[in-house]
Design a binder for this molecule. Structure first.
Ligand code: PMP
Length: 366
């Protein structure tokens, strides 16, 4: 029986992509070398990285006036690079609807102690345990001083998401999104954002690569930052100021080809909606399981959170599920409960298997 990986990240990689990696690992592109060994300055790698960027641009409809950066350090490094690059002598605003949004804000506060940056939270739903999104009030923003408004499009831990139709319409201030857990899984219009960023280990492949998509007019030539933290320097060097994460970029390139073969981002979003609906519908009709998200239209389609009637049953559920090949269903360590991450590469059959198991578990434990 096949195992299904519900992990939140690192997470499932399409089987077809794993097969290509296996086939190519000993000899990349007839070079006689493994992709693990080739120089990032070689023509083969140069071709690979530019193809990956072009494919990403085409798949996400990234306009020509946006730069694509392939960086390291995870989304967490962006929490501090963002204010250092964009908010000097300005105010950075944060809408906080989850623990990662809070981390982004807290890291910006630290950055503000190094430079002349003001950091302001326009509100948080922490008092509701992040069971809902913050209602963003643009009146709280001083547009004269604002560098940007930061939000998280998908709250990986809490299972909520801001879908494209619910994004704030703010033309006066650039929107910046941490899209780590729903980039390429939901079809966002990139031109609505000043910058988006994401760690690759959910929908774009494996850990080690961080993608930053930034409007070119936000890159600054005036300020002095250490080179590895400076978007302008990294852009000038086409993401190769230093040695980039070559293998993770190679895998992302394969993922982009896979997404294209599936029919593109819109089609994957359609499939993701279908997978999530199956599971939410099952949870909703059950009086054993419960999804804690307060507003139904804010439910994430990438991370479905649910709970059994008692905490000790959640632990038992996850352990029993593992025995049936349903892996990594434990909720984030900070909140407990259960979480099924249904990213692009997660197959619908896995959702059906999970529902079968949920029925059995409910039967045995109610
Ligand atoms: N933001 C979100 C929404 C995330 O889900 C995560 C990781 N789970 C992070 C940021 C942190 O990403 P990284 O581990 O790549 O630093």
């Amino acid at each position: 029986m096949a195992d299904y990986n519900f992990g939140a990240g690192p997470s499932v990689v399409p089987q077809e992509v794993l097969e290509v990696i296996k086939r190519e690992i000993m000899n990349f592109n007839h070079t006689g070398l493994s992709i693990l060994e080739i120089s990032h300055r070689s023509l083969d790698f140069q071709a690979l990285i530019s193809e990956a960027k072009n494919d990403l641009r085409a798949l996400m409809g990234i306009p020509a006036d946006y730069e694509i950066l392939f960086l390291q350090g995870g989304a967490s490094t962006q929490f501090m690079m963002l204010p250092l690059n964009l908010a000097q002598n300005k105010t950075a605003y944060y809408a906080i609807s989850g623990i990662f949004g809070k981390k982004a804000y807290e890291e910006a506060i630290k950055a503000s102690q190094l430079e002349n940056i003001d950091v302001v939270s326009i509100g948080s739903t922490a008092h509701h345990h992040y069971d809902r999104l913050l209602k963003i009030d643009l009146e709280k923003i001083d547009f004269q001083k604002a560098a940007y408004l930061h939000l998280t499009t998908n709250n990986t831990v809490e299972g909520t998401a801001i879908f494209p139709e619910n994004l704030p319409e703010s033309h006066e201030v650039p929107l910046i999104a941490d899209m780590s857990s729903n980039i390429m899984a939901v079809d966002y219009d990139i031109s609505k954002f000043g910058m988006v960023y994401a760690g690759a280990q959910k929908n774009l492949g494996i850990a080690g690569l961080t993608v930053v998509i930034i409007k070119k007019d936000l890159l600054s030539k005036d300020q002095v930052l250490p080179s590895m933290l400076d978007y302008q320097v990294l852009a000038e060097h086409q993401s190769m100021y230093n040695t980039p994460p070559t293998f993770a970029i190679y895998v992302a390139g394969l993922i982009f080809k896979w997404v294209k073969a599936q029919g593109g981002v819109k089609e994957l979003e359609r499939q993701n909606r279908k997978k999530a609906k199956l599971l939410y519908d099952y949870i909703d009709q059950s009086d054993f399981y419960d999804n804690p998200v307060y507003n139904i239209n804010e439910r994430s389609i990438c991370n479905v959170i649910f709970r059994c009637p008692h905490q000790n049953l959640d632990v038992e559920f996850a352990n029993e599920a593992e025995k049936r090949g349903l892996l990594s269903l434990k909720g984030h360590r900070s909140v407990g409960g259960l979480r099924a991450s249904l990213y692009n590469a997660f197959p619908v059959e896995g959702v059906r298997k999970l529902i079968e198991f949920m029925k059995d578990f409910e039967e045995e434990n109610k």
